[in-house]
Design a protein around this ligand. Structure first.
Ligand code: ZN
Length: 273
């Protein structure tokens, strides 16, 4: 026993502090280098002549996506991330250009910000898309955080071959931050506070922070709905009404997913993913 103690004591006195110090130092180095080098390509949906949404939609999508994207940029930059914007003003950027920007950064992740629309004003909720399998965990992290910060329905995480998700060579996620055609979500999206909240929640998701749980009662299902929120000619949606689960996808009609019904919409936006 005593000899053992004599051997162990010098070991702990001399080696352990050095070991702890070097471990901490290397962890700090690792964390700081990983943090500093982390690049996020932030993609604000639509822009320029492409307002997003559906024709006649009262709240334009392009400026809400840009505002959330710019808020997200500031939050991420403050946290040490390098942020690349596919657009930072009200300009039209073709999808291939957005993809080229993303693919210029090898160790980056791509986050595309959109708002949803639907002919049915009651449609509401958050949905998040990914395509590449290496994007699934990022999609889940962003989705859980955005849902936890929104009083909206959880519409789930879906795998879809949208252009910007399919053509990017880095983990890529597209988040639909609620329906601008829904009275409640539309009004929320009009407030800077809510757009800031969305940006903060997306940033939490990018940082892989755990999502806070929220009260189960916070659903918009019970909201009473007006009927004048979207001014759209009835015929615009004649082809989509029967696909109730797809109706909200109307502004994503150019993506590669198999549903042929989505390709025939008269309001199809070639710029959309
Ligand atoms: Zn959109």
């Amino acid at each position: 026993m005593p000899p053992t103690i004599r051997i162990c004591r010098p070991f702990f006195q001399m080696t352990l502090p050095r070991l702890v110090f070097s471990t901490i130092a290397s962890l700090i180095l690792l964390a700081s280098s990983a943090f500093a080098q982390r690049t996020i390509v932030v993609d604000a949906g639509h822009g320029g002549f492409d307002r997003g949404g559906v024709p006649g939609q009262r709240i334009s999508e392009k400026d809400k996506t840009l505002d959330v994207a710019q808020r997200l940029k500031r939050i991420l930059q403050a946290g040490g991330y390098r942020v690349v914007m596919t657009r930072d003003s009200d300009v039209f950027v073709p999808l291939p250009t957005r993809v080229s920007i993303a693919n210029a950064y090898r160790d980056a992740s791509f986050v595309s910000i959109h708002f949803n629309c639907a002919p049915r004003v009651g449609a509401n909720g958050i949905e998040t898309y990914y395509y590449r399998s290496d994007s699934a965990s990022l999609a889940a992290s962003i989705h859980r955080n955005v849902v936890s910060g929104a009083p909206s329905e959880n519409r789930g995480i879906r795998r879809r071959g949208f252009y910007v998700l399919r053509r990017t060579a880095i983990p890529s996620v597209l988040v639909e931050c609620g329906f601008l055609t829904n009275p409640t979500e539309g009004q929320l999206a009009l407030t800077a506070e809510y757009r800031q909240k969305l940006a903060e929640q997306i940033a939490r998701g990018i940082r892989r922070q755990p999502a806070a749980s929220r009260p189960l009662t916070a659903s918009l299902r019970s909201v009473s709905l007006g009927d004048d929120f979207v001014k759209v000619p009835a015929e615009s949606f004649s082809g989509s009404r029967k696909h109730s689960s797809k109706s909200s996808r109307s502004h994503h009609s150019s993506k590669s997913s198999s549903s042929g019904s989505k390709k025939k919409k008269s309001h199809k936006k070639s710029s959309e993913d």
